[in-house]
Design a protein around this ligand. Structure first.
Ligand code: UDP
Length: 251
């Protein structure tokens, strides 16, 4: 691991005044890692996302990631199964994505730590809030896997929870779509694209940004969400600079 890093080691370049958000939490759905196949892990896609993460880390941003697992398994896939069992399978799926992200970040010379809400000490640290913050302060990317560790939740809710716990100033929601719309723009060409929207509007219009528990948690803790297209390599940098990108969700 360290060999990989040292081979790519470059001096970190800090340009902090440029940053609107210094500590951010990036929510990546499992599907975002799957590329065209929509299932499993596409190394090229993961690499492209990690190039963007490297870009913002080198600008001085402190970056935590919550990764989903829908590219392997979602709780609702297990129709014949007990819900809790199926949810635990979904949580385990996120750990594979976490490992893939960690590997791709290290290949790019970025130090990272994988922390899981279900202990798997041979491959990851357990989630410890103080330790996570310490890693961030040292410039390491912290990847949170296994969701909250509890069934009946999602990794969207995990993103809101971890963002509050680590004091993230914003949640970057990298999507396959470029912003929040009133309807699916692929199906409805008249769908309205929002530059700004409030948490309450998302809940009342039942927009598919994040699930309602996650949105409520963000609202309660006043954590802004920036929803943007993950495919555009400029977007993450624009988002942490506070430039207009995708949709800004706040009151
Ligand atoms: N999950 C869970 N508790 C959590 C987070 C996730 O039970 O705190 C399970 C749930 O079954 C979910 C699956 O893990 O469907 C994968 O997470 P999610 O659907 O949020 O992944 P994404 O859609 O972001 O890829």
């Amino acid at each position: 691991m360290y060999d990989k890093i040292n081979a790519n080691k470059k001096r970190r370049v800090y340009k902090l005044p440029e940053l609107k958000y210094k500590r951010v939490l990036l929510k990546l759905s499992g599907e975002a890692l799957a590329g065209e196949a929509k299932h499993g892990i596409d190394s090229k896609t993961v690499g492209e996302i990690c190039d963007q993460i490297k870009g913002i880390v080198q600008m001085g941003a402190e970056v935590a990631i919550v990764v989903g697992g829908g590219n392997f398994w979602r709780g609702r896939n297990g129709k014949e199964m007990e819900r809790t069992t199926s949810d635990y399978m979904g949580m385990l799926a996120t750990s594979m994505n976490g490992l893939a992200l960690q590997d791709a970040l290290e290949t790019r010379g970025i130090y990272s730590r994988l922390q899981t809400a279900i202990e798997m000490r041979e491959i990851a640290e357990p989630f410890i809030q103080r330790k996570a913050v310490k890693h961030l302060q040292k410039g390491r990317v912290v990847i949170f896997a296994c969701g909250t560790g509890h069934p009946y939740f999602t990794t969207d809710t995990t993103a809101a929870l971890r963002a509050a716990e680590i004091g993230a100033e914003a949640i970057l929601v990298g999507k396959t779509i470029d912003a929040v719309y009133s309807d699916d723009p692929k199906i409805n060409p008249n769908a309205e694209r929002y530059d700004h929207i409030t948490y309450l509007d998302i809940l009342s219009k039942n927009l598919k940004v994040m699930d309602s528990t996650a949105i409520s948690l963000c609202r309660d803790n006043q954590i802004p969400l920036i929803v943007f297209g993950i495919a555009d390599p400029e977007n993450m940098v624009k988002a942490i600079k506070g430039e207009k990108v995708g949709t800004l969700v706040k009151d």
